[in-house]
Design a protein around this ligand. Sequence first.
Ligand code: GLU
Length: 254
Amino acid sequence: MSKRWVIKLGSGLLTRKDGRIDRAFIRDLVSQVAALRRRRIEVILVTSGAIAAGMTAMGLGKRPRSTRELQACATVGQPELMAEYGRHLRRHGLIGAQLLLTYGDIDSRARSRNARATLDHLLSRRRFVPILNENDAIADEEIKVGDNDRLSAHVAALAGADRLVILSGIPGLMTKPDGTGELIPLVRRIDPGIRALAGGAGSERNVGGMVTKLLAAEIAAAAKVETHIADGRRPRVLADLAAGKPLGTRFALR
Ligand code: GLU
């Protein structure tokens, strides 16, 4: 039985301080994904960064505020983002396959069944790496998930994944709400104490912060998927997770 992982990459990892796409990060991440595929782990990527890539292409210094401008930005950035993944995947004999979803799709039995069938088909061929993002171009308040932490959890549930790996710029859940203190390696229950550690919402480059990561862990757990939050910049993070090394915060909720 092969394993199936959903791996979520946040904008904070994919963009550099100057707001441009971090090509070196994507190159390294893709080679780690290729290594997982060689270990027969099926990988579905959920990637942010469309808006960041669009901002770069459109020469915007600040994240736009209006929904329309954000949507326009995403339509420009999404193909740029895919091209970047594609370039690196090809070096490993892999091909990126794009799926863009909204909550409307996840919430519809017929559409989510179709998405699952497409994912199953792609993953049954070793060359494909499904790459998902929210369909920001058409997602409005009514049908959007709004952050890719929760989107990745819905995808993990829909795809029948074994594991959801949320890679971000932080090592995991920390003992202080400001993200300092010590790393909490294992969470078995999300109680008010744990919620209090999640601190505030995200920032410009970190849409949901820790709050949406806890929500994601709960959504995933309802579908019996374990969630792992780990530092995406840690060298060999995916190989170490696959080897069962203790790193990041594991949510094994009961
Ligand atoms: N879907 C958005 C993007 O690709 C980002 C949402 C998020 O980072 O959570 O830019």
